[in-house]
Design a protein around this ligand. Sequence first.
Ligand code: HEC
Length: 155
Amino acid sequence: MKKLVIAVIASSILGAGLVAIGIGASDRAQAQTQGAAARRVPAGVRPPQTPAQNPACGGDGQPHCPLQQWMEDNVTPAVEAGDAAALGVALTKIATFAPDPSWNTGAVSWRGIAEAAAAKARAGDFRGARASCKQCHEAFRARYRTEFRTRPVPR
Ligand code: HEC
């Protein structure tokens, strides 16, 4: 009788142990499945982005975003033609495009960069005007894309 009781207790402890192991095993299996699913994302596919970072423009197979398109239509031809006067016209317009007035303040200002470059272009200094592209892109492009990418270009 005593032996039987011990056997029952032992087997229930063992059973509980097995259940515990079973739960642990299935959790592990699930975690591995999830991990595998995460790893299954093929190389070269970008991780999901928030809507602000992932507008319906500017990506592979998508139409250009408004300012991106404007630059390609208005600035690229002037640069490719080496046309300082046309570049001056484009830069004068860009100077009015800051999406937020605060971008026109301080030492590195949207309008400041574009107006200085427009003046150089009008004076025939094509190379000087050309330097503003990099200046503005470095200072503002990433931020513009994050915060204002789908904003229409002002007229
Ligand atoms: C005062 C700011 C400013 C100036 C000056 C400026 N750009 Fe841009 N440009 C931008 C911003 C912001 C974008 C990003 C637009 C987007 O991706 O939606 C951009 C995008 C572009 C694009 C589209 C492709 C890309 O790189 O994103 C081209 C082409 C371009 N600019 C050419 C030029 C050239 C050439 C000049 C100089 C002659 C110039 N830009 C000067 C702000 C500027």
